[in-house]
Design a binder for this molecule. Structure first.
Ligand SMILES: [Zn+2]
Length: 449
């Protein structure tokens, strides 16, 4: 099966049927085809892939219904034939893709996944680069198109504090009424530890309310409901708002909502490291103004450095050099406001020769390129940090010097051939870059040091 999973064209006849609405697609109308392996090729005899056609709008509706892991069109390059369309049709499709990416970037689920990754990452620098990657990739690979302020606000519930006046006992009492679960049972569960976990477990067992199977909550919706909760003054108001929240949540969503209410996401990251992912000086700026919205707006407008009160030494030359070396791409997404601008420019933003370019290739965000690969990557490798992050992002494992012996791949720069034997493959860093760009493992034969 090809790496491009979609195709777009003008319908050559009026005989194809849209797989979503089951209506015929008119001749010459734009149709998008999802290319899938031939379902009748049970013996895997290598029959040709089949194309399932959809109206443009209908294809996008399918993506909304699909599971997060299902392939989606996130950039024009995910489709064959896009370049052959007329300008108007290109624009229409670009807008639809952009809307889809924005919607996905604003999903609470995405925020939750980011929190999970930050929580699993041990190093502070790694936590910072997870936030930074999230912002400069986004779902479309060309930059986060969601609400950056909201994302950062929700990441920092202990710093940008909304007061809910709800302690563990009160939360348990409210949820026990909504779930129809006995208060004693919930209190017993709480004795084992964490209130958010108790709420999650009891939500799943509740006979009165059923958690959603698929997360639909947006950051905006979550934030709005949490704001209302903070303003509720009576128990019945709190009950009514929590009920509104619950009917929009999966059990994991609700667990995270409770953590926000408790001002602790459990991700073990400081404001300094999280804000560092927004901009190298965002934390210093926040300390000066204590105004997150202002800081985010300044980062987006590229005026953070001129913020009054931000000390000269913190924006001085030493740091500036460091930053410039790391390529502007990291700051690109947050500088770009929402709207269509990002749509029409990805090709320009893409720098093929630049080592951070893979992010501009969209669908690799979800690819598992390095599954099963245990890679020893010397810290002296050029762009070590970026490479390490890519390997982890794409499901690989980066080994330390101590566990080098269990490596499947050893990265070695040219001229520094390692003396290793056995099944382990010795490759140059270009093998990694090539694999990342092509979204699949490159042959190691061509990348021997
Ligand atoms: Zn249709």
């Amino acid at each position: 099966m090809s790496t491009v999973d979609f195709t777009v064209e003008y319908a050559r006849s009026a005989k194809s049927i849209c797989r979503y609405c089951h209506e015929f697609i008119e001749k010459n109308a734009v149709r998008i085809g999802k290319i899938i392996p031939n379902p009748y090729d049970e013996c895997e005899a290598g029959w040709d892939d089949v194309t399932r056609w959809h109206h443009t709008d209908c294809m996008l509706k399918v993506f909304e219904l699909d599971k997060p892991k299902e392939k989606k069109i996130k950039a024009p390059g995910d489709m064959y034939g896009f370049e052959h369309l007329k300008k108007n049709d290109k624009d229409t499709i670009l807008k639809l893709i952009n809307d889809g990416n924005t919607k996905r970037d604003n999903l609470f689920r995405d925020f939750r996944c980011l929190c999970a990754k930050i929580s699993e990452e041990e190093s502070s620098a790694g936590k910072t680069s997870l936030v930074s990657n999230h912002l400069w990739k986004g779902n479309g690979g060309t930059g986060y198109k969601g609400d950056v302020y909201l994302l950062m606000k929700l990441l920092l519930p202990g710093v940008v504090k909304t007061v809910y006046n709800l302690n563990d006992k009160q939360l348990i009492k409210l949820f026990s009424q909504i779930f129809g679960t006995s208060l004693i049972a919930m209190e017993e569960d709480l004795d084992q530890g964490d209130v958010s976990e108790t709420v999650r477990v009891c939500f799943e067992k509740s006979k009165k309310v059923t958690p959603l199977k698929k997360s639909v909550l947006s950051l905006q919706e979550a934030d709005g409901l949490l704001n209302s909760l903070s303003k509720a003054t009576t128990e019945s108001e709190q009950l009514s708002i929590l009920t509104k929240i619950i009917i929009r949540c999966t059990s994991n969503d609700l667990m995270m909502v409770v953590r926000i209410i408790k001002h602790d996401l459990g991700i073990n990251a400081t404001a300094k490291h999280l804000l560092g992912g927004l901009h190298p000086h965002a934390y210093e700026a926040f300390k000066v103004s204590r105004n997150l919205k202002d800081v985010v707006e300044r980062v987006q407008a590229n005026t953070l450095e001129s913020m009054p009160g931000l000390k000269e030494k913190e924006t001085g030359n030493g740091n500036r050099d460091d930053r410039d070396n790391r390529d502007d791409l990291k700051k690109t997404p947050v500088k770009r406001p929402t709207g269509d601008e990002g749509l029409t420019t990805p090709a320009k933003k893409q720098k093929p020769e630049c080592k951070t370019a893979p992010a501009a290739s969209p669908s690799n965000v979800a690819a598992n390129i390095f599954t099963g690969c245990k890679i020893f990557l010397p810290e002296t490798t050029d762009s070590f940090k970026e490479l390490k992050q890519y390997i982890i992002d794409f499901d690989g494992e980066v080994l330390s010097e101590g566990s080098k012996r269990s490596a499947t791949h050893i990265v070695s720069s040219k001229g520094k051939m390692s003396t290793v034997s056995g099944k382990v493959k010795v490759v140059t860093p270009d093998w990694l870059w090539h694999s990342i760009k092509k979204k699949q493992l490159a042959s190691t034969e061509e990348y021997k040091p």
